[in-house]
Design a protein around this ligand. Structure first.
Ligand code: GAL
Length: 675
């Protein structure tokens, strides 16, 4: 990245602070409400809003008409109230006149069905027609607001790929062919990569190639994988097209777009996207369930590492319930504040919600907001105001970096895509769940861990867990070997190192790419049926997947064995010493708490220690941000009861240190500044 501004534009001399606010949709309200909004925003401590995200139809009511007066007024009003604007380019959802005039911008699904207007984001990422209209709007916005004093950042589109990541239209087919030509150069290379000797799929020219549309049976796996890669890249190319216009018109205004690193959202390979924006932003919505808080922390952690450890912007999360889950749970007392501060702990320097004021009409009228239907006399608004105060007290944290943890979990979108493809040994395997279970195990043990995109330098990490790193090229495998050979402690799991970048199997016994490093060899995968379990010694239980592991290397210790059934006595968890380092293998799904036991053993052998007293592990998450010698320790009470953490030296920015101990109320967060 260049020397462009990496954070919000601020008035000269303004002290660093954490930003606070929401998506703001004043076009849904009368002007009298706008004035109440300003008063309440000030009361809540709001410092920034994202504006005009879904305002295209209002800004450009017909092809040749621009209607900016309302936007001018609200920009001025916000500025007069000291509130900065993260201004959307307004291209997220095309207006009805555009789709009526140009139905050829509408996406098409894999069956050839048109995705019609009526919702939002009904546009093809590769449509040249959509692009020409959208980029004209971007240029118009940039010219109009370049010098507006409220403008702090540009917000490109909205959640690129949220509803339109996979488009199978003819535009997509053409762009896919171009993308493939650039990747493979000749059709012969593509034929090899796609393994088209199989099922008579050999192509004799580029025009014969199609997206993976509805087919008679299992589609070519590499075609599917490449279409996923292409679709992510197509959105990225669109992102860059908007960004380039903004950079040209307003070089001193940073540009961002909101990623969706949460839950099962998987279509965008965000690993490289940070390079395309001036600062990273993310949206996060809680996935209800026993690991809800673990998942929140996992996602925030990954975003922080996508951002390279620099501060990032939490663009959206919810004050309470959403409207799009089967059952939409409210946040319990304390969760609004705690959930927000988990993001700050992992590097967020801005905390924003969807949305400021709860809508009275439209599909999201039951989605919570900072000002709910009940109005400001509500628990939600009181929590919102409380959070505003806490963020002000946390101003010293602004600008600090994530302090690297001693361990890392490698996260790889391509392995996610490839491992969960169809026509595999089991369709029950869940990539992200396996990674999350390891994260939960680290939380259980109170050992700090970074979730890092595959390709991140592993130097400096004492231990690296690579769950289901299914797709592994020769160079990446070599890097893992180098990591372990030079003193790192690698942990690999089942179905890792099985295929190369083309999704071709590494031959000679699994896991081909890691076989020598791990010192094990597997001839067949032996997945389990639903509900089937295989006991291991040490009281562990295998589900989902088993393997007949044979030790082939030297210095391989067996840490756990299958105990019962066909695999009775065979190794299940192994660890090979490699000079100063090691390479461990977990051949089955142990889930939580099984992984916690295995990790405790592996971590102890690697010399990893917890930062937390034993009594509060699992109950408390500890995260560190740092600026130079100054460290900020976030202590997050994950439980519904009070917790006391002994032996804390330092002064509290928020929370209480009493006689050298931090006392946390249920779901409370303390931030302690260490000298
Ligand atoms: C996001 C989106 C917002 C809003 C929100 C509701 O996906 O960017 O506009 O729809 O979800 O949770």
């Amino acid at each position: 990245m260049s020397n462009r501004p990496r954070w919000l534009r601020r008035p000269a001399g303004a002290a660093p602070a954490l930003a606070y606010g929401a998506d703001y949709n004043p076009e849904q309200w009368s002007r009298s409400v706008w004035h109440e909004d300003m008063r309440l925003m000030r009361e809540a401590g709001v410092t920034i809003v994202s504006l005009a995200i879904f305002a295209w139809a209002r800004i450009q009511p017909s092809p040749d008409t621009w209607c900016f007066d309302w936007l001018d007024d609200i920009m001025d009003l916000l500025h007069a109230n000291g509130i900065a604007v993260d201004l959307a380019t307004a291209t997220a959802s095309p207006p009805p006149w555009l789709t009526t005039r140009h139905p050829e911008i509408l996406p098409v699904d894999h069956r050839g069905e048109t995705i019609w207007p009526g919702g939002r984001q009904h546009w093809r990422p590769t449509s040249p027609v959509f692009r020409s209209y959208a980029l004209a709007l971007v240029a118009e916005m940039a010219r109009r607001y370049a010098d507006h004093p409220a403008l702090a950042a540009w917000h490109i589109s909205n959640e690129l790929g949220c509803h339109n990541a996979y488009d199978y239209s003819d535009d997509a087919a053409n762009a896919f062919r171009d993308w493939l030509r650039a990747r493979y150069l000749t059709i012969d290379v593509l034929n090899h990569a796609w393994g088209t000797a199989f099922w008579s799929q050999r192509y004799s020219g580029w025009t014969e190639i199609l997206p993976p549309r509805l087919a008679a049976t299992h589609l070519n796996p590499t075609q599917q994988l490449d279409f996923k890669r292409f679709s992510s890249d197509a959105l990225r190319a669109y992102l860059r097209a908007e960004r380039d216009i903004l950079h040209e018109h307003t070089p001193s205004v940073p540009v961002t777009t909101n990623f969706m690193v949460f839950g099962e959202t998987r279509a965008m390979n965000y690993a490289g996207w940070a390079r395309d924006v001036d600062f990273v932003s993310n949206d996060h919505y809680v996935t209800p369930g026993p690991q809800a808080l673990d998942e929140l922390s996992f996602s925030a952690n990954l975003v922080g590492n996508i951002a390279g450890g620099r501060p990032w912007f939490l663009m959206e999360h919810s004050t309470s319930a959403v409207n799009w889950q089967p059952v939409n749970l409210v946040k319990r007392a304390g969760e609004l504040v705690r959930d927000s501060l988990v993001h700050v702990a992992h590097g967020a320097d801005a905390v924003c919600f969807f949305q400021w004021r709860q809508s009275v009409a439209g599909a999201e009228k039951y989605h919570s907001a900072m000002v709910p239907h009940a109005g400001p006399d509500s628990d939600v608004f009181r929590s919102v105001t409380r959070l505003g105060g806490l963020l002000r007290e946390l101003a010293p944290v602004a600008g600090s970096l994530r302090e690297p943890a001693p361990a890392a979990i490698v996260f790889d979108w391509e392995s996610w895509w490839a491992a969960e493809a169809d026509s595999h040994p089991s369709d029950r395997l869940r990539y992200r769940q396996e990674a999350l279970d390891w994260y939960t195990a680290f939380l259980d043990l109170g050992i700090r861990v970074d979730v890092v995109p595959h390709g991140t330098s592993l130097a400096g990490y004492r231990m690296v867990v690579a769950p289901i790193l299914h797709l592994l090229g020769a160079a990446a495998a070599e890097r893992l070997r180098g990591y372990a050979d030079t003193g790192g402690h690698l942990v690999a799991t089942y179905f890792s190192g099985i295929v190369d970048e083309n999704d071709h199997v590494w031959l000679g016994g699994h896991p081909g790419a890691l076989r020598d490093l791990l010192g094990v060899r597997i001839e067949e995968f032996e997945p389990l049926r639903d509900g089937e379990q295989v006991p291991l010694d040490l009281g562990l239980v295998a589900t989902l997947w088993t393997e007949r592991v044979r030790i082939t290397g030297t210095d391989v210790a067996v840490l756990a064995r299958y105990a019962g059934g066909e695999l009775d006595g065979h190794p299940a968890v192994t660890r090979r010493s490699t000079g100063a380092g090691s390479a461990a293998y977990v051949s089955t799904r142990l889930g939580h708490p099984g992984l916690t036991r295995v990790l405790a053993d592996l971590a102890a052998r690697a010399g990893l220690v917890s930062d937390l007293p034993r009594a509060v592990r699992r109950q408390v998450e500890l995260v560190v941000r740092a600026t130079g010698p100054e460290r900020f320790v976030f202590l997050i009470n994950r439980t519904d009861s009070p917790v006391t953490i002994a032996d804390v030296a330092g002064t509290a920015l928020i929370g209480r240190v009493v006689d050298g101990a931090v006392e946390l109320a249920a779901r409370e967060v303390a931030v302690v500044r260490l000298p």
